[in-house]
Design a binder for this molecule. Structure first.
Ligand code: ZN
Length: 288
């Protein structure tokens, strides 16, 4: 089927009490790996690219690869631009065929965040594209956005409700204690805050920093009303480790397929595991 907007995927997930995995891919093999995991487990899927990867590969290449994957696939697939602060890039990605975009103006005061998000919602609406925005500040490093732990701010439930109402945004990423990158120890997730936000906001909620959150905590977040989980660092690590293992065993290897195939298998296994954790397996059937 063609690429779909992430809106119906996430609304179905919210209604069904499960989560959709959103995976940041950086190469063709990573993209194919998560698509194969979704296909084999019959899970809905959101492919994501960071701003850095869009600059690295080009929005047209990424959209073309995702479109080819979706056309061959029986499961619904959306293509999302993660954490973008640049309005021009958002427009370029929508033109290239992205079906979902994130405007991240969370580093600005509330009113600026509202204005910037409103502007993106307006242009995305005409293209049928989903818009995600962030409130509060998710800690850690995401490409060139760096938020120190002491600067990470939790989202306020009343502000979340006002923000969604004023912007018309389709999905909201409230900062609730998770962070980008790898956790030192267990993440300190504010579950009560998730419950309060999910109670005041009608749109699907997004869990950022999904790498390394223990299974029980993932399930709690989903059970409390989060519908999308972003996974980036973890699949980058398994991809790179598999390549390193090939070169450790055979330093003279020079056939890219010899190291890309095991790297792809590693990403596929890790992605399928997240889909299981999220309760997404078999849920693609809801979108026929
Ligand atoms: Zn994020």
């Amino acid at each position: 089927m063609p690429l779909v907007s992430s809106t119906p995927l996430l609304e179905a997930a919210r209604a069904g009490g499960y989560g959709v995995g959103a995976f940041n891919v950086h190469t063709l093999e990573m993209l194919q790996a998560v698509v194969e995991a979704a296909e084999e487990t019959k899970s809905p899927l959101i492919l994501q690219s960071t701003v850095g990867t869009v600059r690295h590969l080009g929005p047209d290449y990424l959209a073309a690869a995702a479109t080819a994957a979706a056309d061959r696939s029986s499961v619904p697939i959306a293509l999302h631009l993660d954490h973008c602060t640049d309005f021009t890039m958002i427009v370029q990605c929508i033109r290239a065929g992205y079906t979902s975009v994130m405007i991240d103006a969370s580093m600005h005061p509330f009113e600026d965040n509202v204005r910037q998000t409103q502007k993106v919602v307006e242009i995305a609406r005409a293209a049928g594209v989903n818009v995600e925005a962030e409130l509060g500040k998710v800690g850690g490093v995401e490409d060139d956005i760096v938020v120190a732990e002491h600067e990470a701010l939790m989202a306020d439930p009343d502000e979340c409700a006002a923000f969604v109402e004023r912007t018309g945004v389709h999905t909201l990423a409230p900062a609730i204690g998770t962070a980008h990158g790898i956790y030192k120890g267990e993440p300190r997730i504010d579950f009560d805050r998730i419950r309060r936000i999910a109670g005041t906001v009608s749109v699907p909620l997004v869990l950022h920093g999904g790498s390394g959150i223990p299974e029980e905590q993932v399930k709690q977040c989903i059970g409390l009303g989060m519908s999308k989980m972003n996974v980036a660092t973890e699949i980058r690590i398994v991809f790179s480790d598999a390549i390193k293992a090939v070169f450790a065993a055979n330093p003279g290897e020079n056939d890219p397929r010899a190291y890309m195939v095991p790297a792809k298998q590693a990403v596929k296994a890790a992605a399928a595991e997240k889909m299981r954790m999220l309760g997404a397996i078999g849920r693609a059937a809801e979108h026929r």
